[in-house]
Design a protein around this ligand. Structure first.
Ligand code: PEP
Ligand code: MN
Length: 294
């Protein structure tokens, strides 16, 4: 490891990479993230209706997604925007899981909602705007579910790992990191995908790292190529927004893929995934949430 990184990140001892180079594998239901599989999470930005969610779930599972995303509680920049269906949205997510077998990832915005959302979600999403909500992070340490921790809009990797360390110190080591683009002076894309964050995080931390090309790009035409880039730099998976009719989406329609575009993206990724498989086979020892795996 780069000597400077060692000094910068080794204080986050529960999430930093240790001498034996062991990596954490985070189980989400019967799916393992951070191991050999490249895991794709996909679905709408927000759960809007039963029909919208069910159709999307069927489409993404058929294309190869393993986890269904969908916000029931939405952190919207404007108070006038759709704020999510709340518990009704959670119930629809549960229904979609029953119908398709997909695991569920959904966002939790505040400490008070942790217990309720943990009843429905297989993976608890901390959004970019909540990355430094320390009381939320602490309560996720006790929630009994794995956590998907998204990088804050202006957060450094050190700050991201500091937040991961807080969750781990509170008792939960099942954490997945997510690079979703950061705010820079560039305005052509919604955020700037920090592609180097993936290999840096993989070098300094033992946690799995996934990429969200949708919130990085802000436009659907760029999502597949950013997904490709994520695959090639060693990400453990993706989280992608998909909608039956993006132009009518209640949030993030411009960056949401149609079913067909998602399907094409999954096919496009195959040769890159084949290269990745060759690379992960030569990885050293793996660690499963606490224990070592041969
Ligand atoms: C989302 O996943 O819909 C979302 C709001 O993402 P982020 O927190 O990365 O902006
Ligand atoms: Mn969104």
């Amino acid at each position: 490891m780069n000597a400077r990184w060692n000094g910068q990140f080794s204080c986050f001892d529960l999430v930093a990479k240790s001498d034996d180079c062991s990596r954490a594998i985070v189980p989400v239901g019967d799916i393992e993230i951070g191991g050999d599989d490249f895991v794709v999470m996909a679905g709408p930005c927000a759960v809007e209706s039963e029909q919208q969610l069910m159709q999307t779930a069927e489409a993404v599972v058929a294309a190869g997604a393993r986890i269904l995303r969908g916000g029931a509680y939405k952190p919207r920049s404007s108070p006038y925007s759709f704020q999510g269906l709340g518990v009704e949205g959670l119930k629809l997510l549960r229904k979609a899981r029953e119908a398709t077998g997909l695991a569920i990832v959904t966002e939790v915005m505040c400490e008070e909602d942790v217990e309720l959302i943990a009843e429905y979600a297989d993976l608890m999403q901390v959004g970019a705007r909540s990355m430094e909500n320390f009381s939320l992070l602490e309560s996720l340490g006790r929630c009994g579910r794995p956590v998907l921790l998204k990088r804050g809009l202006t957060a450094t990797l050190e700050e991201l790992l500091r937040s991961a360390q807080i969750i781990a110190m509170s008792g939960n080591h099942q954490i997945i990191l997510c690079e979703r683009g950061i705010r820079t002076f560039e305005t052509a894309t919604r955020n700037t995908l920090d592609i180097a964050a993936v290999p840096v995080l993989k070098a300094v931390s033992r946690l799995p790292v996934i990429v969200d090309p949708s919130h990085a790009a802000g436009v659907r035409s760029l999502v597949p190529v950013l997904a490709r880039a994520a695959t090639v730099v060693g990400a453990d998976g993706l989280i992608v927004e998909v909608h039956p009719c993006p132009d009518q989406a209640m949030s993030d329609g411009e960056q949401s893929l149609t079913f067909r575009q998602f399907d094409e993206m999954m096919i496009d990724l195959r040769p890159y995934l084949a290269i990745r498989e060759g690379a992960v086979r030569v990885r050293p020892q793996l660690v499963v949430a606490g224990g070592v795996r041969p």
